[in-house]
Design a protein around this ligand. Structure first.
Ligand code: FAD
Length: 424
């Protein structure tokens, strides 16, 4: 049997275990179930789907990235405006605790070259299996195919199940219902309506870590959709003229571009789109060469060679990079050496929209943080706690999402234990 490695606190139940309903079997709900069942409470975990942890499993398909190894002071900045909210939570249960938790389940982790932390086999399925087994051993009951739809008039939790509506009474409840991306994994965002009806402020759910749309020509789309764009530097300049740059890779898609290089820019590009109806970033297609060198190479005589051949032979620019230059520049700009050189180092790419939230890796928006006390209880609904991606924070990929879900789930669980203890 695996041993627990959640940061332990003395049992809060004494001889008075309470019934706790956790709704949502993602990482936030599961970690809360683990803490509270360890404390001796009677925990039932409900989920709308036939099995729990579907998004967690999906996250493991491309190499499960559970957290990041950078120092906490840098780590917390990835949560942007929500950093002050996240800091005390990450201090309680942060990147180190995530690694210790995986280790406690029998899974070593390692730090990849990017600083990201992975389980040694990179997979989510064995980790989830071991986790669920531990939860069952601790007495957690799972009720799947139970779709929470709000409260009954006498304040019980209402679930739609294959047997019709079921009403459940509990001493405290945790909502850990996820965001609204990848709805086929169970995260439909349908929880917004019952909470909004109760007067809880929900900030609109929006795509995060998503693809972006560009108005590609048919020619460019048909030639390059699906082609990776490797080792470029993306620069975004915000309304205050502050530039932010990152080097990395992305993929040209039928609709625009997506990939890890773009994801950290999601909030800035999305906000610019909302403000101006359009957004723009710049690509340096040759990060290894400075502008003077590019100008020098371009000014070499090209004889009867076409510009495409000149770009290839002097600068090694071909394929999708050359295609992008053609696509994003006018004919006059493309044939002017000075302007072409400038564009190679800072090609303006116009963004027309985000891809739909259904395709995004995560969502922004959700339960407004001001609705929560420090224990993550909804101040307007005593005894109802919230955690995970359904709260209004966002972060880039890189392990920050899962860590944020673990951290908020753990905090809400401690909050539930403390709240129950304070009540007769
Ligand atoms: C393709 C992909 C790759 C990812 N890769 C990574 C990664 O490598 N690293 C990382 O940190 N993050 C990654 N993420 C993000 C991460 O998986 C999520 O942020 C995380 O799973 C959210 O956890 P959660 O507990 O808040 O909610 P979820 O995991 O979304 O779980 C919510 C649960 O609530 C249930 N539910 C929803 N509504 C109801 C209802 N009304 N009644 C009952 N149950 C309901 C759902 O069925 C679901 O089981 C990835 C996401 C995707 C889509």
């Amino acid at each position: 049997m695996s041993t627990s490695s959640l940061p332990l606190h003395a049992s809060t139940t004494g001889s008075n275990p309470r019934r706790i309903a956790i709704i949502g079997g993602g990482p936030a709900g599961l970690i809360a179930a683990e803490y509270l069942s360890q404390q001796g409470h009677t925990v039932t975990l409900f989920d709308a789907m036939p099995s729990v942890g579907r998004k967690f499993l999906q996250a493991g398909k491309g190499g499960m990235n559970v957290t990041h190894s950078e120092p906490l002071a840098d780590f917390v900045q990835r949560y942007g405006e929500a950093a002050p909210f996240m800091m005390p939570l990450l201090t309680q249960f942060g990147p180190e605790a995530v690694r210790a938790w995986a280790q406690g389940l029998g899974f070593d982790t390692f730090v990849g070259s990017s600083g990201r932390v992975f389980p040694s086999d990179m997979k989510a399925a064995p980790l989830l299996r071991a986790w669920l087994q531990r939860l069952r051993e601790q007495g957690v009951t799972f009720q799947v195919r139970h779709r929470w739809q709000g409260w009954s008039t006498d304040n019980r939790l209402s679930f739609m199940t294959p047997m019709g509506e079921q009403l459940v009474e509990s001493d405290a409840c945790l909502l850990a219902l996820g965001g609204a991306s990848w709805p086929r994994l169970g995260t439909t965002g349908a929880w917004v309506a019952p909470l909004a009806t109760r007067g809880i402020r929900i900030n609109p759910l929006k795509p995060s870590n998503c693809g972006f749309e560009m108005a590609w020509s048919d020619h460019f789309r048909s030639r390059f959709a699906g082609t990776p764009l490797k080792s470029v530097v993306l620069t975004h300049v915000n309304g205050a003229d502050e530039a932010c740059s990152r080097q990395g890779e992305c993929v040209v898609t039928e609709h625009g571009m997506e990939g890890s290089l773009l994801y950290p820019f999601t909030p800035a590009l999305r906000d610019e789109l909302e403000r101006n109806g359009q957004a723009r970033f710049y690509l340096d297609l040759l990060p290894g060469r400075d502008l003077d060198r590019v100008k020098r190479e371009l000014s070499q005589p090209r004889g009867s060679k076409s510009m495409a051949n000149h770009l290839r032979s002097r600068l090694g620019l071909e394929g999708v990079k050359a295609g992008l230059l053609r696509e994003c520049l006018t004919a006059a700009e493309f044939s002017d050496n000075q302007r072409l050189a400038t564009a190679i180092k800072a090609l303006p790419v116009a963004v027309v929209a985000t891809r739909p939230i259904e395709e995004a890796i995560s969502s922004a928006g959700g339960v407004a943080l001001a609705e929560l006390d420090t224990q993550l209880m909804l101040t307007q609904l005593p005894g109802v706690f919230c955690a995970g991606e359904m709260l209004d924070w966002e972060a880039p990929t890189g392990g920050y999402l899962l860590t944020g879900c673990f951290s908020t789930g753990y905090q809400a669980a401690r909050g539930i234990a403390a709240w129950l203890q304070s009540r007769p």
